[in-house]
Write a protein that binds this ligand. Sequence first.
Ligand SMILES: [Zn+2]
Length: 304
Amino acid sequence: MSIPEPDSCRLCGATENQTLRAPHVFGGEGTHQFWECAQCSAVYLFPIPSQEDEDRFYREEFEKFMSSRAGTERDWENAENHIKTNQDQVVRRWRYLEPFVEEGKSLLEIGCSTGFMMDAFRDAGMESVGIEPSGEFLDFLQQRDHKAYETLEDLQTAEHEARFDLIVHFFVFEHIRDPFAFLREQYELLKPGGAIVAEIPCVSDPLTEVYNIPAFEKFYWSIAHHYYYSKQSMEYVMDRLGYDYELLPEQRYDISNHFTWMMDGKPGGQGRFSNLISQETLDSYRKDLMDSFTCDTVILVVRK
Ligand SMILES: [Zn+2]
């Protein structure tokens, strides 16, 4: 089978120096690969899946696909468990979200899944609305009295004048085919003085960029992602949009998770060696990764 090669970068359009970054794509067909652009540093999926295939994937396969990737800590099969097993994410995210949270202000979360983040915003007194394309999660959100729509278009049709103080999304941006249109639409929905805060996987994750673990390489690159961003390629996107923004390093996975990948070639293992490894060591390792931006996550903050 011949593998098709891109003529140009999907993000910046550069035609030179497009190199193969990842030959194996989790959930992909044999021809899907991730390519890297030397110009803007974007890593992108090629060939580009058709819109039809992508729509069917989110409609029919996404939750099962995520379950097959989640390891043991995150439960995608059952909505109640999904909320419980993600409470550590709420705690972690709240550290950087807190300055943006204010009682009575309005919040929009795009891709809110079971609403475990929306619960926290609601508890803090924010008027929250979610967007969730999965029918199963959408029903669940409505049962729990969260206001949620299937698409942003549905929200705009139902609430023509809706504008928000805070718009958030967590691990959504990398799934988006057109990152520029996606952020422009959100910027339009922001009130003056409002902010967008997003969490995005960072391709400078040490598991791929430094340790180069074969099992991780087979796992990390996902058919559900159009792009893997670094600090540099995020700067390219944001500079082109011309908004006031900030990029912050974040490290979600701890040293025990990294050891587990090296030892067992499997996801999971967060906290596994906590009897041996002190909090001080954990914090210090995390800080080293973040200080060098060799970390698994980038936080985007846009201010209007
Ligand atoms: Zn490029």
